[in-house]
Design a protein around this ligand. Sequence first.
Ligand code: ZN
Length: 241
Amino acid sequence: MNKELKEIIDNSDNVVFFGGAGVSTESNIPDFRSDQGLYNAKSEYGKSPEDMISHSFYVRNTETFYKYYKKNLIHREAKPNKAHIALAELEAVGKVKAVITQNIDGLHQLAGSKEVYELHGSVLRNYCIKCGEFHDLEYIMNEDNCENGVPKCSKCGSIVKPDVVLYEEPLFESVINGAVSSIMSADTLIIGGTSLVVYPAAGLITYFKGKNLVLINKSKTPYDNKADLVINDSIGKVMGD
Ligand code: ZN
């Protein structure tokens, strides 16, 4: 781990980590808003990724939504990287109290993290819109359970929807509240893999009243001058090596 970061963590009792898309890209999960994702959606459907995974598009074009969603947002082969593993280990020894993530891939839990606030939900959870029955990722990816790619509930036959916050949908209040209260009680906040320009990241940072703000991102962020430590490098390398 980076020496200065290690020193800060050694002298902290309540570390909270907030991670953006950059944490997942190092597990080879492309940021669907990146150039490539944008190009895919634009060339195939003439729409932006934000349009493709919006609530209104899901309602009006459920088949196309699922086609795009399964192809671009599901990465079953992805494994936790060094950053995920380091955070899980730091939680196990009592240093890290919570991980807040904008990613929907469940890799923090797969690495062993327990206290995870998933601001945008998780592709691993799916619920019937009528009876609420839970279905896992394998279920919705199995075409035998789908009608033209749209998963149908094994119990009642209604549509199964991913537990992912789509564009135009509000964030889950309980998740936001948990994230805010963990940030408020943190003495160190590490923010990684996000340029901090997109809501809600920029808003959450204002709740931090602790002593050490650490920013780890490949490029500069608008908060660099407010941070106690800025590391412009890969998150896996900074936290893992
Ligand atoms: Zn059902």
